[in-house]
Ligand binder design. Sequence first.
Ligand code: PLA
Length: 462
Amino acid sequence: MASTMLSLVSAALPLQENHKGKMNLGSSDCSSFLRKEKRNPFMKTKSFGRINMAIAVNTSRFEGVTMAPPDPILGVSEAFRADNSEMKLNLGVGAYRTEELQPYVLNVVKKAENLMLERGENKEYLPIEGLAAFNKVTAELLFGAGNPVIEQQRVATVQGLSGTGSLRLAAALIERYFPGAKVLISSPTWGNHKNIFNDARVPWSEYRYYDPKTVGLDFDGMISDIKAAPEGSFVLLHGCAHNPTGIDPTPEQWEKIADVIQEKNHIPFFDVAYQGFASGSLDADASSVRLFAARGMELLVAQSYSKNLGLYAERIGAINVVCSSADAAARVKSQLKRIARPMYSNPPIHGARIVANVVGDPALFNEWKEEMELMAGRIKNVRQKLFDSLSAKDKCGKDWSFILKQIGMFSFTGLSKVQSENMTNKWHVYMTKDGRISLAGLSLAKCEYLADAIIDSFHCVS
Ligand code: PLA
């Protein structure tokens, strides 16, 4: 306590200098701090001069706090900003860029914001569960308007702080009401999933997902790991456009996954962060979730509007819990609110209004679908161009066709950690160390350069 108080004195002193530059130590507050200072074990002398006080301040109570490593995904953007090379390319975070590699604000978002200005909407607190109009349309976008789970009021929907915050709310619900239950996570998965469950103190283990030999889905491994998990586990599934592999189960495989989950009494937990980015169609990309809901299963779904509406910094998303009765859904919703209140009280309104305006208005909704197709289409084009460039340039004849089989924003290149480091250190291509590149941050013009970097890293670095 003593050194904390001294820090305050030190910070306050310059403000207390009078116009002649002399210190005013006579204030009662200040002298009470100084009396405490005499007992401060960190002080070497009893002098009250500025220099000695600085020594005391340097002895931090946070000495035991170690430096945290940079985040494996968002840390890449920090490193990118610090690089002065003209060739630099940020393929780390999954953020959509135009062909000119500029951030993109969707036209429908600008229109929705104009509407908000025209209406002169206020900034009052939202209820804990978020904006009612948003919660309505977000569940409809996910399950399809008219889905029995909505009609029967069996979905507890709470607006969350985008996908991450919504996942975190669900993790807290699991920790509180399913103590000891495990969450099964695909191997590999989005880097932050493990952090979220660790921080919520929810145990997790991995199920096989990616087969490096086929650069495809290890379906048998996935099924047997889900089968082997303790009954009543939560199975975290990427609704579409699996991050980081870009490999999704086929519709037939989804049916089989649902069979095993049902057999084992597990609870499916979908993370839908890329609705619209897998196929370009919002409906098609929700088909996995709808398939499970149609079976009458109880399930959790976290949603994000960061990518599909480009609302990254607005932090807008939702957690939906489908229950077997309206009564259970009401109780679950009340508990989600109870978890949210001490965490952040209530969510931000701006992004919620944008989504409500866009999804709730047929004209804007159709326009959004067109823009969504444009974004997804641009990514498909760079995917094709990257494949063509790699195939044309690679003198060793490696088969790069796996790039075309992957979907969504990313490509999982198969580059190792050292090879990925070579991409950054030699070629100024910023990417995550697991070999993932975000094609959303790539332009047609940069494909040839990227192909050179990949070929060099793949064949010359081991
Ligand atoms: N779930 C998955 C599977 C994701 O890939 C991401 C974002 C989220 C949830 C959360 O996004 P949100 O909180 O912004 O809604 N993944 C990014 C960004 C795009 C990140 O790591 O935060 C990625 O580059 O992997």
